[in-house]
Design a protein around this ligand. Structure first.
Ligand SMILES: C=CC1=C(C)c2cc3[nH]c(cc4nc(cc5[nH]c(cc1n2)c(C)c5CCC(=O)O)C(CCC(=O)O)=C4C)c(C)c3C=C
Ligand SMILES: [Fe+2]
Length: 429
């Protein structure tokens, strides 16, 4: 979880207060609506007991999923190290031809203010859509990033980080340029679909004449509380996915995932930020589902039922890449995904994977257009995604069942304080 400044703690506390909608708290609005409805029932001659139950002077406070909020303000942006939510939307925008740095700065200020309000469960001023009126923030996060082309369009080429050099071509790529890259990237996540849509709609509306939508992708994860106890989620191939992610409690976590806070030089503005590699990876499910369970498990190197490595133990047991079975074969095959992707096979290269599954209907041949909106977070893509994907591209047993269809690389600046906006250090520095 992102470290919290005093400001962000205040924001967190604010979020725990009844949320205000244009000066009137959302709960108050609900209470009024509930009372009016109940009054109607009484006037219509409803049974007294029913009416008494319906007229609630003190509407129940939000609890559980709806009440959960994540801080917008802080050293890092939210939506990186916190658990991926049930619903996700990714949007990429291109700046309008006549929109320069000033317009981009105004847009980032508008977007940041809106994101801060929504994440705290407040209705932004002037918003009358009503889409999420009766819901809490439901762990909403809104995260902003800049693509390589943003810097030329805003005359900031001298501040473009080397880390934004285009990703190399990989042999498994079948990339659609219209659904790749972009000047600006917005990641929205929430445990409620209406809350996520509301944020998406406001972000798109507020782009106004400054930026136009380049592409949008939407995805999902399991709903909190759907399993008997919290557990790592599954992807659409049915595998437990996310087990061996770096943990926020690992001593090396910040250095791997975030640009150092004392960064100096032309990319000083990236202090506390991170780089997101976004890949839309279609799964060839018709082919995959024809494999026997044993073959599927061999391709990954872990058991499907509980995610335990094929070298033994439970989901959290460290895989033994050297273990040999009694038949002389490696317990985790030479081309098993976890062997090829592991830091041990990549000189320590690692990343934080935070993905959403997607399903966009069926292709002409009846195959599901479904897979993973894969996001890799790291302090430097050349020490995270790139070397690992190079290796996977050459020798991963899983790659036969995947198509990388879209790609983006974005510089995601550090978080901001109240009164500031994300990217201010770049745009006004
Ligand atoms: C370039 C990086 C990676 C891509 C692209 C990728 C795609 C991808 N992975 C799965 C399913 C699983 N991946 C798992 C582990 C895993 N994957 C990567 C990297 C990429 N995956 C890493 C670094 C690791 C961890 C390796 C390790 O150290 O053990 C697993 C196992 C469970 C887990 O640890 O998360 C699964 C399952 C799919 C389906 C996919 C593309 C659609
Ligand atoms: Fe993987």
């Amino acid at each position: 979880m992102a470290e919290r400044s005093q400001d962000s703690q205040d924001t967190q506390q604010d979020a725990e207060q009844p949320r205000k909608a244009g000066g009137v708290s959302r709960r108050r609005l609900l209470g009024t609506a509930g009372a009016a409805g109940a009054a109607g029932l009484v006037a219509g001659g409803a049974a007294g007991a029913f009416a008494t139950e319906t007229v609630r002077k003190d509407p129940a406070p939000l609890t559980g999923v709806g009440a959960a909020s994540r801080p917008f303000y802080g050293v890092h942006q939210a939506g990186i190290a916190d658990p991926a939510q049930t619903c996700g939307h990714f949007l990429a925008f291109d700046l309008a031809p006549d929109a320069g740095r000033k317009a981009a700065a105004a847009l980032m200020r508008r977007w940041s203010n809106t994101a801060a309000d929504l994440m705290a469960g407040k209705t932004p001023k002037g918003d009358e859509t009503g889409v999420a009126l009766d819901a809490g923030p439901s762990s909403l996060t809104v995260t902003f990033g800049f693509g390589r082309t943003f810097f030329d369009r805003t005359d900031l080429t001298s501040k473009r980080p080397d880390a934004l050099e285009p990703l190399p071509d990989f042999s498994a790529d079948a990339l659609d340029s219209k659904r790749s890259n972009g000047d600006l990237w917005v990641q929205i996540g929430s445990d409620d679909a209406l809350v996520a849509f509301h944020a998406l709609r406001l972000i798109q509306q507020q782009a106004g004449n400054t930026a136009r939508l380049r592409w949008q992708m939407s995805g999902f994860n399991r709903t909190p509380g759907a399993t008997a106890q919290p557990m790592t989620g599954r992807n659409l191939m049915g595998q437990i996915d996310g087990t061996n992610n770096p943990k926020t409690s690992d001593p090396g976590f910040p250095a791997k995932i975030y640009v150092p806070e004392d960064r100096s030089g032309t990319d000083e503005w990236m202090a506390g930020g991170s780089y997101a590699v976004v890949r839309r990876i279609r799964m060839l499910l018709d082919t995959w589902e024809h494999l026997s369970l044993e073959r599927q498990e061999k391709v990954i190197g872990r058991r499907k039922s509980d995610g335990a490595p094929l070298s033994g133990g439970t989901e959290t047991t460290r895989p033994d890449l050297n273990k040999v079975n009694s038949d002389g074969a490696l317990a985790i095959a030479g081309d098993a995904h976890i062997r090829v992707a592991s830091p041990a096979s990549n000189r320590g290269a690692s990343m934080l994977r935070r993905a959403f599954s997607y399903h966009d209907g069926f292709l002409d041949d009846g195959a599901p257009d479904a897979g993973l909106l894969f996001v890799a977070w790291q302090a430097d893509p050349l020490k995270g995604f790139v070397p690992v994907q190079r290796k996977l591209d050459r020798g991963d047993g899983l790659s036969r069942f995947l198509r990388h269809e879209a790609s983006g690389l974005f510089a995601v600046p550090g978080g901001c304080k109240p009164g500031e906006y994300v990217g201010q250090r770049l745009l006004e520095g």
